[in-house]
Write a protein of this length. Structure first.
Length: 321
């Protein structure tokens, strides 16, 4: 893995905890496919963990840990500055409609229109563990269930024979307070009584939301709404004419494959000539899980800078394909 001397300069806006937790709806469009803002939070209580902060900021465990690789997730320590990755690149889909789930980042997006304009709400999720993976594909919501009972699948009862055939609604129900059944009827989007599993691969294929998030999604989504489940460890977006890349760790994909995926996406979007080779390769090394700007630097007159190695011609990227 290559180590680069030039670091990306990212500006983090510090906001209050409550403001971060209430930010859920974003406007987007063809020229704005990056939403939200990366921020910082200073830990005041030495007993505060990243797991607690993740839930308060509506982030998954994976997001806050990947954004802060130098901090202990359980005891980060008082006065530590924590990056809160409250920014996302929209997944790459043909139509932004209904629910889009990107299992590579463990995040759900709900697309709708408000006042005739496109909007998106987004929530962290837990997904299927290895061997019981959440399936990819196109589905629809066929049933909305409030206070669901859990009919324990035979495969789970085989692993845990102490479980009853049916777990009634209530605090001990692993489905939480609301559930949305997909057209692949064995898979549901639901709440959980184990919120620390959001941002992890820990289910038997279902999609889990925080207890406070599932009622919001439940109210918004209508029966028949489309659900598209994809796996996109690399996403490319634009905002204010700047190019961003969002990368997520995937042990099954090596760095060369990730690089090829990134350059193919950039070429498809006609953005390859607008990026810095150095910034792109550093982002691929870091894989921080939130959007990082990779635009080619320019001088005050708008001409790409030529004074350092960040000015490598974009055509050199094709040598890696």
């Amino acid at each position: 893995m290559r180590t680069w001397a030039f670091c990306l300069a990212i500006i983090f806006n510090v906001v209050s905890l409550s403001a971060a937790a209430d930010t859920r709806e974003y406007a987007f469009g063809q020229d704005t496919t990056v939403v939200g803002t990366v921020m910082t939070h200073t830990i005041k209580n030495e007993n505060e963990s990243l797991i607690e902060l993740a839930r308060e900021f509506d982030l998954g465990y994976n997001e806050i840990v990947d954004a802060n690789p130098g901090l202990d997730p359980f005891v980060p320590g008082a006065d530590q500055s924590v990056i809160m990755p409250l920014s996302w690149v929209m997944p790459e889909v043909q139509v932004y409609d209904g629910i889009i789930i990107n299992i590579a980042e463990l995040r759900l997006y709900y697309f709708f229109r408000h006042g005739g304009k496109p909007r998106v709400m987004t929530f962290p999720i837990g997904i299927g563990d290895e061997g019981t993976d959440t399936p990819l594909g196109s589905f629809r919501i066929i049933e909305k269930i409030a206070n669901p009972a859990w009919h324990v699948p035979a495969s789970i009862r085989k692993e845990h024979p102490e479980l009853p055939a049916v777990v009634p609604a209530g605090p001990d129900n692993p489905m939480g307070t609301h559930a949305l059944r997909l057209s692949l009827s064995t898979v549901l989007i639901h709440g959980t009584n184990r919120p620390w599993c959001v941002g992890r691969k820990a289910s038997h294929g279902c999609i889990r939301l925080y207890p406070e998030d599932i009622p919001k999604l439940f109210r918004m989504v209508t029966k028949g709404a489309p659900v598209t489940i994809v796996s996109q460890p690399v996403k490319i977006g634009v905002r204010e004419r700047k190019v961003y890349i969002e990368l997520h760790k995937d042990d099954s994909i090596n760095s060369e494959a990730l690089f090829k995926m990134a350059t193919v996406l950039l070429a498809k979007k006609h953005l390859l000539g607008k990026v810095s080779s150095v910034k792109l390769l550093k982002a691929l090394d870091d894989k921080r899980g939130f959007p990082v700007e990779i635009s080619e630097d320019a001088d005050e007159g708008g001409t790409p800078a030529k004074s350092h190695e960040d000015s490598l011609p974009h055509k050199n990227l094709f040598l890696w394909l």
